[in-house]
Design a protein around this ligand. Structure first.
Ligand SMILES: NC(=O)c1ccc[n+]([C@@H]2O[C@H](COP(=O)([O-])OP(=O)(O)OC[C@H]3O[C@@H](n4cnc5c(N)ncnc54)[C@H](O)[C@@H]3O)[C@@H](O)[C@H]2O)c1
Length: 254
């Protein structure tokens, strides 16, 4: 397929649903071959891409397990021969318990850190050697505006996304010598299944409050984020690294 990413090989973690599934679809539309990886089944994501004339494979992945991340990278290399882009999108978000910082469940706290922070580190460790060999690559990490705003009552999630921003900055400096770029995207609430699960019965009230805090006052849909993923994956951002781009309708200004 022709497009801004023609010929690129892209891994998207957490591609079974929500933003990851939309990113996989959009990146394939721009010409990339996509490795859709998730603990959930990615068959529907892969079938949609194939039906639209794109190339994709689905891979079972648990980002908390380094062996699973290594198998994912191997499957990508076996199928397509190289990896140009890694989108670290998998995370625990929908369904997390919210509450005062001192009432959060310790097991859930540890699990959030394992998936949202260690999972990103693991996927980078699995994929960077193949990028380093070719002295080229782009890593796109999903952070969140919660870390920039300091969202209360969900301290584990907020802290995990702050760590993703810090990881992005430090890794950009470590990998610049290998011409591997590392950037992050910080969206405000996007209307995904995860967001519906996160807010539960409070969804309508929360969505309206979030839109009112934006300079551009409407809630975001998954398609509002994918253009920035395409930009960071593409050569249009060849000298952009270590950055966090807020895609939030103008909620915070960096
Ligand atoms: N939706 C939003 O409003 C919003 C806002 C800011 C940031 N984000 C971030 O964007 C990303 C996607 O959000 P979403 O709303 O699509 O969330 P989601 O919960 O719908 O999707 C997350 C995906 O990650 C997968 N996943 C979870 N644990 C995994 C593991 N251990 N290994 C592999 N895959 C795993 C899930 O199966 C799921 O498909 C997340 O990183 C989230 O934190 C979302």
């Amino acid at each position: 397929m022709a497009g801004q990413l023609a010929g690129k090989i892209v891994v998207v973690t957490g591609a079974a649903r929500g933003l990851g599934r939309e990113f996989a679809r959009r990146l394939a539309e721009e010409g990339a071959a996509v490795v859709a990886a998730d603990v959930r089944d990615c068959a529907e994501c892969v079938a949609d891409i194939a039906a639209a004339g794109g190339r994709a494979i689905g891979v079972a992945l648990d980002v908390t397990d380094m062996g699973s991340c290594a198998s994912m990278a191997k499957a990508a290399l076996d199928a397509f021969g190289r990896i140009d882009v890694l989108v670290n999108n998998a995370a625990l978000y929908g369904g997390l318990k919210t509450g005062r910082f001192d009432t959060l469940d310790e097991q859930e706290w540890n699990r959030v850190m394992a998936v949202n922070v260690t999972g990103v580190w693991n996927c980078c460790k699995a994929v960077v050697p193949a990028m380093r060999e070719r002295r080229a690559g782009s890593i796109v990490n999903m952070a969140s505006v919660v870390a920039l705003y300091g969202m209360p009552y969900t301290l584990h999630y907020t802290v995990s996304k702050g760590a993703v921003i810090a990881l992005t900055r430090a890794l950009a400096r470590e990998l610049g010598g290998d011409w591997i770029r590392v950037n992050a995207i910080a969206p405000t609430a996007v209307m995904t299944e995860g967001t519906k699960e996160f807010f539960g019965e409070r969804l309508d009230k929360a969505a309206s409050g979030i839109a009112k805090a934006q300079a551009l006052r409407r809630n975001l849909a998954p398609g509002d984020i994918s253009g920035t993923v395409v930009y960071l994956a593409s050569d249009a951002s060849a000298l952009v690294t270590g950055q966090t781009i807020a895609v939030d309708g103008g909620t915070v200004f960096l």
